[in-house]
Design a binder for this molecule. Structure first.
Ligand code: NAP
Length: 297
């Protein structure tokens, strides 16, 4: 699909893309990997999933027909500014960032007019980060959402879509504002809740004499509910900090709605409204069944 694919950021997502591209040679003839961290690039060399390692971001973009931003979204403006003067005419710039309005705002205006910009977001990930965490099947059977701004070349969009299909994903086009609202519900809010529950439990365990449970009790008796939240809450702090700060409006809107619903649940518990409580729990079950049927569980 591409002669030279340059990946900027070699963490979970970037290294997974490099691995699948190395496995399926019809994605890219050459995979160039860059990262701001020398330690990460040492691991990339040891793991052997790059054809070429280039520590300098700008030099990594030279001669690439596809440059893919795979770093935390808060770094995108600086990366775009660094690579813009070095991009080949007609190159495609794309990304994997979890927010799309901010990426279009931060990257789009910095790119030369003869470069195609096709924002993308693979809905695939794990709680692990870094180059050792990646694996070539990460995107198999997962959605990848493309949010090309008005005026984007349909041919460039189709090339990026085909790249993701060949990596194993199902592709859908979506408007960026809508994307940010959807992922606020299905991904960003659940992460915010998981981070909050874990820090609340930690606070409750460290309040001295009045502690609800000691820290060792929290760890010892963590039943599946809390344990499942800790898995999500172990995700990378920098990546998620950037996601929250760059999807502020949609996330706050969904959080306000969620807060209202938790208040309604609290009221049902206080007043013994068994039917309300049962209805809400039942809906969770239905959603889980739907996910299993759609093979997304
Ligand atoms: P990650 O494992 O933490 O990897 C990010 C890598 O980017 C790190 O090696 C980091 O180096 C490097 N980096 C940071 N700033 C950089 C810069 N200015 N130039 C070059 N490299 C830089 O994160 P990830 O999970 O792969 O996430 C990468 C992107 O994918 C994010 O935009 C995220 O929103 C998106 N995404 C993540 C998931 C997920 O579940 N994890 C899913 C879909 C999309 P240091 O370690 O030195 O900081």
């Amino acid at each position: 699909m591409f002669q030279r694919l340059t990946l900027i950021g070699a963490g979970l997502i970037g290294s997974s893309i490099a691995r699948v591209a190395r496995e399926r040679r019809d994605l890219a003839a050459e995979v160039v990997v860059t990262d701001r961290s020398a330690a990460v690039l040492d691991r990339v060399a040891a793991l052997g999933f790059a054809d070429r390692i280039e520590p300098d971001t700008a030099r990594a973009a030279v001669g690439a027909d596809c440059v893919m931003l795979c770093a935390p979204v808060g770094t995108y403006a600086a990366i775009a500014a660094a690579v813009a003067p070095h991009l080949a005419p007609c190159a495609i710039v794309t990304d994997v960032g979890s927010t799309k309005v901010s990426v279009i705002r931060d990257v789009g205006p910095l790119l030369p007019p003869d470069v195609h910009f096709v924002p993308a977001h693979p809905l695939a990930g794990t709680e692990y980060s870094g180059p050792d965490a990646g694996f070539s099947t990460l995107f198999e059977g997962r959605w990848c959402l493309l949010t090309p701004p008005d005026g984007t070349s349909p041919a460039a969009t189709e090339r990026v879509a085909e790249f993701w299909r060949r990596a194993g994903s199902m592709v859908e086009l979506m408007e960026a504002v809508h994307h940010d609202r959807v992922v606020a519900v299905v991904s960003h809010l659940p992460h915010l809740i998981a981070f909050t529950i874990c820090s609340t439990a930690d606070d409750l365990a460290t309040e001295g004499e009045s502690a609800a449970a000691s820290r060792s009790e929290v760890l010892k008796f963590a039943a599946s509910g809390f344990r499942d939240f800790t898995r999500i809450a172990s995700s990378d702090p920098v990546m998620w900090r950037d996601v929250f700060l760059n999807n502020r409006e949609a996330l706050l809107e969904m959080l306000a709605r969620f807060t209202e619903d938790t208040q309604a649940m609290a009221r049902a518990v206080r007043w013994g409204d068994a039917a309300y409580i049962e209805d809400r729990i039942g809906r969770g079950r239905q959603i889980r069944r739907g996910l299993i049927e759609a093979k997304q569980a």
